[in-house]
Design a protein around this ligand. Structure first.
Ligand code: NAD
Length: 356
C-alpha cells in the first residue's frame, strides 16, 4: 500500500534542504518505493499565509500521513510575534498533537569528517552515540507557566517541570530497546540531586532496567554528562533524558561530529509513526544562498525509511551514498576544509542521488 508522506519544508533553509531529500526519495520511488508526497505549510511560512504557525489543514495532513518530513521553522522575521503564534509553536504543536514522545538523535562521526570536529580526532574518531530525548513532557509543556507580577510590582517568570511515571517508562523502554540492538548500554541523565521530578525519573529507570537484563543501566547528573560528552564521548552508547536536558545535550553532541548540518533526527509515537527532521534550525543567516548542508535532512529521510517505512535496505543505501560523497571529497561550506571540494546545497543533493 502506498505510504503517505507529509512534506513540510518550513522556513529559512528548510525549503532548500527538503528539496534535496525529496530528490533522493523521488529517485527511490523510480526504483519502486511506494510513497506519495503531499506538501503543507508550517512555521513562519504558515503564519504569513494563514495567521497561525500550524494551520488545521497541515495538522490534518500530518495526522493522515504515515510519516512527516520536516525542514525547519523560525527566523528573524517572526521573532517579535506573540509567543503563541511564533513559528516554533507549530513544531511543538505537531509533536504534542501527534504524540511524538520519543526523539532519537544519533551523533555519528563520519571518519571522513574527524578533522571537522573542534575536538581532537582521537577523542571523537569512531563516535556513535544515540540520544533518546523525551519530547512531549517536562518543563516545555508543564503547567502552570507564564510571567506574573508579584505584589511588590516585580515581574516573575515561572515554568513547571513535571513527569508522570508512565511517561518516564515509555521513553525508557524506547532507550532500552534501541540499546539492545546496539552495544547494550543506557546512561540515564537527570538532576536527581536537586530536582524531585528527576529523582522519580531515576527510580523509574532503575525499576525498568529489571526487564532488560541484557542492557546495562548507569545514571549521570546532567552537569557531569555535559562535561563527559566533550571529555570522553565514546564512553556512551545510548543516553536517555528529559525534554530540556536532551535539547541541550544533543546540540552539544552534534558539535562533536563537526557540523550541526550532518545530524538527522526522528520523533516517534507508540506505533512508530514518525516525524523526521534535521536537528538544526532554519539558519536564517544563510537562507536562500544555496550553501546549507542538506545531508542531515537526507539522513532524516533514511531514518524515515528505517523506522517508519520498514525499508532498512534503502536506508542503508542512502547512508552509504552519503559516505560515498564524503569519500569523494565533496563538502558544503560548513564542513569544508583544505583539500576538499566545496559544493552547493543542490550539488550535494545531486551527488547523493548519483551515488545511490
Ligand atoms: P540554527 O540551527 O538555525 O543555526 C545555528 C548555526 O548553524 C547558524 O550559523 C547556521 O547557519 C548553522 N547551520 C544550521 N544548519 C545548517 C546547515 N544545514 N548547513 C550549514 N549550516 C547550518 O539555530 P539558531 O540560529 O539558533 O536558530 C535559527 C532559527 O531556527 C530560530 O528561529 C530558531 O528558533 C529556529 N530553530 C528551529 C528548529 C527546528 O525547526 N527544529 C530548531 C532549532 C532552532
Amino acid at each position: 500500500m502506498t505510504k503517505k508522506i507529509a512534506v513540510l519544508p518550513g522556513d529559512g533553509i528548510g525549503p532548500e534542504i527538503v528539496a534535496e531529500a525529496v530528490k533522493v526519495l523521488e529517485q527511490l520511488r523510480k526504483e519502486g518505493l511506494d510513497i506519495s508526497l503531499d506538501y503543507g505549510l508550517v512555521g513562519g511560512a504558515a503564519y504569513d499565509e494563514t495567521g497561525t504557525p500550524l494551520p488545521g489543514a497541515t495538522l490534518d495532513l500530518a495526522k493522515s500521513a504515515d510519516a512527516i518530513l520536516l525542514g525547519a521553522v523560525g527566523g528573524y522575521k517572526w521573532e517579535s510575534l506573540d509567543i503563541s503564534v511564533r513559528p516554533e509553536k507549530g513544531l511543538l504543536g505537531l509533536r504534542s498533537e501527534l504524540n511524538l514522545f520519543a526523539n532519537l538523535r544519533p551523533a555519528l562521526l563520519y571518519p571522513q569528517l574527524a578533522g571537522a570536529s573542534t575536538l581532537k580526532p582521537e577523542v571523537v574518531a569512531g563516535l556513535d552515540l544515540m540520544i533518546v530525548r523525551e519530547l512531549t513532557g517536562g518543563i516545555y509543556f508543564g503547567q502552570p507557566r507564564g510571567i506574573r507580577t508579584l505584589d511588590n510590582g516585580e515581574k516573575q517568570g515561572y515554568n513547571t517541570l513535571v513527569y508522570r511515571e508512565s511517561e518516564i517508562k515509555r521513553i525508557g523502554k524506547v532507550a532500552f530497546d534501541i540499546a539492545g540492538k546496539r552495544q547494550g548500554r543506557v546512561c540515564s541523565v537527570d538532576k536527581a540531586n536537586v530536582l524531585e521530578c528527576t529523582e522519580l525519573w531515576r527510580e523509574t529507570m532503575t525499576e525498568l532496567a529489571q526487564d532488560y537484563p541484557h542492557v546495562d543501566l548507569s545514571h549521570m547528573y546532567v552537569d557531569n554528562a555535559a562535561m563527559q560528552l566533550v571529555r570522553a564521548p565514546k564512553q556512551f552508547d545510548v543516553m536517555v533524558t528529559t525534554n530540556m536536558f536532551g535539547d541541550i545535550l544533543s546540540d552539544c553532541a552534534s558539535m562533536l561530529t563537526g557540523s550541526i548540518g550532518m545530524l538527522p533526527s526522528a520523533s516517534l509515537d507508540e506505533n512508530s509513526k514518525g516525524m523526521y527532521e534535521p536537528i538544526h534550525g532554519s539558519a536564517p543567516d544563510i537562507a536562500g544562498e544555496n550553501i546549507a548542508n542538506p545531508l542531515a535532512t537526507i539522513l532524516s529521510a533514511a531514518m524515515m525509511l528505517r523506522y517508519t517505512l520498514d525499508q532498512a535496505e534503502m536506508a542503508d543505501r542512502i547512508e552509504k551514498a552519503v559516505s560515498q560523497v564524503l569519500d569523494d571529497g565533496l563538502r558544503t561550506a560548513d564542513i569544508h576544509s583544505e583539500g576538499t571540494t566545496k559544493v552547493s546545497t543542490s550539488a550535494m543533493g545531486d551527488a547523493v542521488v548519483a551515488a545511490l
